[in-house]
Ligand binder design. Structure first.
Ligand SMILES: Cc1cc2nc3c(=O)[nH]c(=O)nc-3n(C[C@H](O)[C@H](O)[C@H](O)COP(=O)(O)OP(=O)(O)OC[C@H]3O[C@@H](n4cnc5c(N)ncnc54)[C@H](O)[C@@H]3O)c2cc1C
Length: 471
């Protein structure tokens, strides 16, 4: 056995960012190029091992876990091509490229992703494979920007898949949890670089809910809107990010050129970086852990400490924050029309359960899309994300919120904690069986499966029984 074609024998343990899951694979490898990747996959499959790729390990679920060969594609992270097409601009990158590097590459070329999530640590392949999304009622998640993929099969073959070539494999692999093969490169549609005006304001929750809908409502009148509701209070932090008009953009570019990018960095420090995400927030959570009954008062203080601010910055700097406080997260996608009712039910449960939750509940939006396993498939979507500090128990809170969301047709984020299985998920996705048919053709022996994908997507012979991660 050579280490080139078989990978390193391994006894070391891999752990994800949230420390909710780990794996001790038999082999690990970090291929330098696609030829090595395909030899590694074929070699492992010949030896009867299962194969998974890992990106940045930022999924909370055991999506990337394997007992066989664990591939890290950090070295497959180059820019292969930037091309103007009839419909816009496309960039093809190695599947292991991290989003922060992609943003740098795009910015240097005067380009940007149309939309992004909260952080930029993930790999391109990991982000699209689990349905990573940002916010924007007219926009889809990252997988909706995918225009082409190169997929390595269990026999080591490499297939180019897009709308014209192997369209079904393309449809399944845009968001397929890595079960149709290992993605070696990803082609993304990108847009000319743009600036966003960020407006952050604390609002009473009742005002947020009253102004959400309608043509001039918060969600449809802004390019990107989200809010953080502080549990045990009636306060929320609203974030509205909007593209500038051409005149506004010209003026903002002059201002940025005069004052330098440091003005942006300084403007960002307090609310986002400290109070919602980092140093001060860690302290709030530690106090709440030691004194759970103080949580409601701490949340009220945090919510009152938020001050309004407006700033202008390049889009990726506005979208992305850094998250140093470790937490556990579950996120559900529900039809937009259910949002107010669902939040009311969560609030009722918190009031009666005695549970103490120091982390804000995050609400975001997306347009309906047609990606088979997208959580926004076929319906305008509201995302409700619940978090719990890593030192606090989360199972009871998440199980209660899961009940509330599933009663309203909610679909869980594929990379975040949840307790659903293929039997339940199949009822939520109209193209679920199409997905499984393509997956079974691409990988009949389950080389790219693991226990998590067996649970959520099922294997041939799957019994349909319900397992629940919280119990
Ligand atoms: C702090 C934090 C913030 C987050 N913010 C957001 C957010 O704003 N919006 C959102 O939607 N989600 C968010 N997430 C969730 C996160 O975006 C997803 O879980 C994403 O999958 C993580 O990307 P990754 O590169 O770490 O992938 P991993 O977790 O390493 O892998 C995810 C899946 O992709 C598969 N995979 C990875 N590489 C390949 C490949 N080359 N070929 C085939 N399959 C592959 C893995 O096997 C696994 O199934 C956040 C998570 C954290 C921890």
């Amino acid at each position: 056995m050579t280490s080139i074609t078989r990978g390193r024998p391994s006894s070391s343990t891999w752990t994800n960012w949230a420390r909710t899951t780990s794996a001790t694979p038999r082999r690990r490898a970090s291929p330098a190029d696609e030829a090595e990747l395909s030899a590694l996959v074929a070699g492992a499959a010949e030896d009867g091992l299962r194969v998974r790729a890992v990106g940045a390990g930022h999924s909370f679920t055991p999506a990337a876990v394997t007992d066989g060969l664990l591939l890290d594609l950090d070295r497959l992270a180059m820019v292969e091509r930037i091309a103007r097409t009839r419909s816009g601009v496309e960039v093809t990158v190695g599947a292991g490229m991290r989003l922060h590097r992609l943003n740098e590459v795009l910015a240097a070329a005067g380009l940007a992703m149309r939309n992004l999530g909260d952080i930029d640590r993930q790999s391109v392949a990991g982000a699209i494979s689990t349905g990573t999304h940002g916010t924007g009622a007219r926009l889809g998640g990252l997988c909706t920007a995918v225009r082409g993929l190169r997929v390595v099969g269990a026999d080591g073959s490499v297939v180019d898949a897009d709308e014209a070539r192997h369209p079904e494999l393309f449809a399944a692999s845009r968001l397929g949890l890595g079960t149709t093969g290992i993605l070696s490169s990803v082609t993304l549609e990108v847009v000319p670089a743009f600036l966003l005006r960020a407006q952050e304001e604390p609002w009473p929750l009742d005002r947020v809910l009253a102004e959400l809908d309608g043509p001039d409502g918060l969600v449809d009148a802004n390019d990107h809107v989200e809010f953080y509701w502080f549990p045990h209070t009636r306060r929320a932090l609203t974030k509205r990010n909007n593209r500038l008009s051409p005149d506004e953009e010209a003026a903002a570019v002059r201002r940025l050129a005069d004052h330098g990018p440091g003005t942006v960095a300084r403007a960002r420090t307090w609310i986002d970086e400290e109070l919602l995400s980092n140093g001060a927030f860690e302290v709030v959570n530690r106090v709440a852990t030691a004194l759970p009954r103080a949580t409601a008062r701490l949340n009220a203080v945090s919510a009152r400490a938020l001050a309004p601010r407006t700033y202008v910055a390049p889009s990726h700097e506005v979208f992305v924050t850094s998250r140093r406080v470790r937490f556990r997260e579950m996120e559900y996608a529900i039809g937009r029309e259910h949002l107010a009712d669902a939040l009311g039910a969560v609030e009722d449960w918190l009031r009666t359960s005695g549970e103490h939750v120091p982390f804000p509940v995050e609400v975001r939006f997306a347009a309906a899309d047609d990606v088979w396993l997208s959580t926004a498939h076929g319906r305008p979507t509201a995302y409700v994300a619940v978090h719990q500090y890593a030192r606090l128990p989360y199972a009871r809170y998440f199980a209660a919120v899961e009940r509330i969301m599933t009663e309203r047709g909610g679909r869980p984020h594929w990379g975040k904690l949840h307790g659903l299985d293929a039997g339940r998920l199949g009822q939520l996705y109209p193209r679920f069986e199409d997905f499984r048919a393509v997956r079974d053709t691409a990988d009949p022996r389950g080389v790219f499966a693991n226990d998590y994908t067996d649970r959520v997507l099922g294997r041939p012979g799957y019994s349909g029984s319900t397992t629940n991660e919280w119990t």
